[in-house]
Design a protein. Structure first.
Length: 307
């Protein structure tokens, strides 16, 4: 079997077919099995393999981007590390342009023509142009559910290197408007700074919506002498109840599990009730999680309907 002729060294791993033809590569050569077409008009080295990740898909599409086009909506958030909506949601590749420029119209890409506005996208470490985080979050208001917006918003505004502030998110909604049902305003009202994981956020929402008091987030527990004991995901200092989400199905790391067990003992030694919420407690709307935390609060003196 005759091997395909070598491609010019100037061609990157993903390239425009027209670019290759300008270098003398024939249409017949572009159709050989060592190349595949990830999108119309493009060729990528290698045969078709497993479904690409979102980032891989964006990198493959990048050669088709016009100077005024950029990755937006959920694509821009996910490429920055934001948590995605839970299964069965499958994020798409969204590419936008501001009027009067044109968005892409091609299979596999969700194109958007946005309002006339100065673009402020920035390039990430791979050179991909990403929409501003606050703008991308607002754009997701039309395609994500309320809790997904809260989870992603808390990711943006939390951490030592927050990607946006709650004020920036509010300003974006104020300037560009909300979506039907005021979903973004509702999300902003329930967002809190300090959440460290999507599961922690979803647990807090379940507890508060069930009528339990609002917990403190990432609470530093200290002993009577002021020495640090542990940082709790969620805490009710008044009732000395700490709540933590543990997503492990089983103890994959015995050493870490033993360390965690000692930590739990240290928390209880401060006369705190430590409530661990596991994955199965969150099934069915989180009724089991609510029951566990409610029982702990009632045992500590809280009464439903009280402050």
């Amino acid at each position: 079997m005759r091997h395909p002729s070598p491609l010019p060294d100037d061609l990157p791993d993903v390239f425009r077919a027209s670019e290759a033809q300008a270098l003398g590569v024939t249409k017949e050569r572009l159709g050989r099995g060592d190349l595949h077409a990830p999108y119309r008009g493009l060729r990528a080295r290698g045969a078709v393999g497993a479904a690409p990740t979102l980032r891989e898909g964006c990198l493959r599409y990048a050669p088709r981007l016009q100077p005024w086009q950029f990755f937006s909506h959920e694509t821009a958030l996910i490429l920055r590390g934001a948590p995605t909506p839970e299964w069965p949601h499958r994020p798409g590749i969204h590419v936008s342009a501001h009027r009067p420029a044109r968005e892409p119209r091609i299979g596999g890409i969700v194109g958007h023509r946005l309002q006339s506005r100065d673009p402020i996208f920035e390039r990430d470490g791979d050179g991909l142009p990403l929409e501003d985080p606050a703008r991308a979050w607002r754009q997701c208001g039309a395609i994500w559910a309320l809790d997904d917006l809260i989870v992603a918003g808390e990711f943006l505004i939390s951490g030592k290197q927050a990607l946006a502030s709650i004020e920036e998110l509010r300003a974006e909604v104020r300037v560009m408007g909300d979506v039907p049902g005021a979903r973004l305003a509702r999300a902003l009202a329930e967002m809190r700074v300090g959440a460290r994981s999507p599961r922690e956020t979803r647990l807090r929402l379940v507890l508060v919506r069930a009528g339990l008091p609002e917990p403190a987030i990432t609470w530093n527990l200290r002993d009577d002498r002021g020495r640090f004991v542990a940082e709790l995901d969620l805490a009710y200092p008044r009732y000395r109840v700490g709540v933590e989400y543990d997503g492990r199905v089983h103890a994959d790391d015995p050493a870490q599990f033993a360390k965690d067990a000692d930590r739990w003992d240290s928390i209880r030694a401060q006369d705190w009730d430590h409530v661990r919420i596991l994955t199965h407690h969150m099934r069915g709307g989180g009724a089991s999680a609510v029951r566990k935390v409610r029982d702990a609060l009632i045992a500590a003196g809280w009464r439903p309907g009280g402050s």
